[in-house]
Design a protein around this ligand. Structure first.
Ligand code: ATP
Ligand code: LTN
Length: 331
C-alpha cells in the first residue's frame, strides 16, 4: 500500500491549470491504484503567506474542498482535510526549517517570481514556505505527490530535506516521489502563452476558472492568442498559443496531442477553437453542477470532519516520534 498526498492553496479562483495539472491526475491515480491511500488537503496556511481577506479565504477554502470532490474524487477513499485544522503541519514545518538552508530557499524560482511581483512587503513565511510544504508531505509518509510542473523544484527540496534529516537522525521520513503528468503539467496563459496560467492573475481573459459559465469559457477560448501560420501543428517554440490549446484538448479528452493534430490538421483555427470550447464546456459544466450540490451540504462538512480526525491521528503519532528522535521535550 502506498500513500499519495497533495494540496492546493486557496488563493484566487481554481483554474483549468489546477484541474489538469493536479486534480485530474489525482482522480485518475485514484481510479488506477485501488489499494492506495489518498490524503488531500486545502493548504490554507500557505495562502496567508500573502495578504488575504478573511471572509474570502474561508469561502475559497471550502470551495476547493467541494471542487476536489466535484471533480470525481472517491469520497470513501479520500482523506480530505484543511491544513490549518492539523496543527502538526506548522510544528513539523518549524523543525524542517531548522534543517533547510537559506541558500536553498533563495534558489526557489516561485519565491523569486512572487517576491518580484509583490508590490507590498514580502513576508518571511513566503520565503520559508517550501519548508512548510515539505512538512505537509513528510508528516504523512507520502510515497507519491501529484503536482504540476511548477512544483517540481519544491518537491526536490522536500526530498533533500528528508534525506538530510534521515542522514543525521537515522531513517525516519519516507522520501517522496513527485508525479508530474506528461500532458497538462504546465497549462499556459491564454493571452500570454509563455506564462503559466495562474489564478493569481489580474487579467481574467488569460485563465479559465473552474467556475466560469459556458459563455465565458467560449469567449475566452475564441479570443485565445494563436499565430499567423494558420496551420494546426504542435510547435511550442513557434506556435506556443496553439500548442497550449492542443495540450488542453489532449489533456481533457485523455488523448495524445498527435491524435488531436491528426484530426484537425486541415481545420481552421476558428473551427478547432469552437470544438475545443465545447470539450471544455462539456468537462466543466457537470463538475460545476456537482459542486453546487456539495457546497452547502452537510456531507461536505462531515467528510472534512472525518478527514481532520484521520489526518490528525496520523500527524500526532508521527510528531511524537519525530520529537523523540530529535531530543525535544522530556521523553
Ligand atoms: P498561483 O498561480 O497563485 O501561483 P498555483 O495555482 O500555482 O497558484 P496551487 O493552487 O497551490 O498554486 O496549485 C495547485 C496545483 O495546481 C499544484 O500542483 C500546481 O503545480 C498545479 N498548477 C497550478 N497552475 C498550473 C498550470 N498552469 N498548469 C498545470 N498545473 C498547474
Ligand atoms: N506549494 C503548492 C501547494 C502545496 C502542495 C503541498 C502541493 C502546498 N503543500 C503539498 C503538494 C503537496 C503550490 O503552491 N502549488
Amino acid at each position: 500500500m502506498k500513500r499519495i498526498v497533495s494540496g492546493i492553496k486557496p488563493t484566487g479562483t481554481l483554474t483549468l491549470g489546477n484541474y489538469l495539472g493536479a486534480i485530474k491526475q489525482f482522480v485518475k491515480l485514484q481510479q488506477k491504484r485501488i489499494d492506495d491511500e489518498f490524503f488531500l488537503f486545502v493548504a490554507d496556511m500557505h495562502a496567508i503567506t500573502t495578504r488575504q481577506v478573511p471572509s474570502e479565504l474561508r469561502k475559497r477554502t471550502l470551495d476547493i474542498a467541494a471542487m476536489y470532490l466535484a471533480c470525481g474524487l472517491d469520497k470513501e477513499r479520500t482523506v480530505l482535510f484543511i491544513q490549518s485544522e492539523i496543527k502538526e503541519h506548522v510544528e513539523l514545518g518549524y523543525i524542517l526549517q531548522s534543517n533547510t538552508y537559506m541558500g536553498e530557499l533563495e534558489r526557489m524560482t516561485q519565491f523569486k517570481d512572487k517576491s518580484q511581483r509583490q508590490e507590498t512587503s514580502i513576508t518571511s513565511s513566503l520565503f520559508t514556505y517550501p519548508a512548510l510544504m515539505a512538512a505537509d508531505i513528510l508528516l504523512y509518509d507520502a510515497d507519491f505527490v501529484p503536482v504540476g510542473d511548477d512544483q517540481k523544484q519544491h518537491l526536490e527540496l522536500t526530498r533533500d530535506i528528508a534525506n538530510r534529516f534521515n542522514n543525521y537522525y537515522g531513517d525516519f521520513f519516507v522520501v517522496p516521489e513527485p508525479l508530474i503528468p506528461e500532458v497538462g503539467s504546465r497549462i499556459m496563459d491564454l493571452q500570454e502563452p509563455n506564462k503559466k496560467m495562474s489564478k493569481s492573475d489580474e487579467m481574467d481573459k488569460g485563465y479559465i476558472s473552474m467556475f466560469d459559465d459556458e459563455a465565458s469559457i467560449k469567449r475566452k477560448i475564441r479570443s485565445a492568442v494563436t499565430d499567423s501560420y494558420a496551420k494546426i501543428n504542435y510547435d511550442p517554440e513557434n506556435q506556443p498559443g496553439l500548442a497550449n490549446l492542443l495540450t488542453i484538448y489532449a489533456s481533457i479528452a485523455d488523448r495524445s496531442i498527435q491524435d488531436i493534430v491528426n484530426e484537425y490538421k486541415d481545420s481552421s483555427y476558428k473551427d478547432f477553437k469552437e470544438d475545443l470550447a465545447q470539450v471544455v464546456v462539456d468537462c466543466l459544466i457537470p463538475i460545476q453542477e456537482k459542486y453546487n450540490e456539495l457546497i452547502k451540504s452537510q456531507e461536505l462538512q462531515d467528510l472534512l470532519d472525518r478527514g481532520r480526525d484521520i489526518a490528525s491521528d496520523f500527524a500526532f503519532k508521527k510528531m511524537r516520534k519525530c520529537k523523540k528522535k530529535i531530543g525535544l521535550g522530556r521523553k
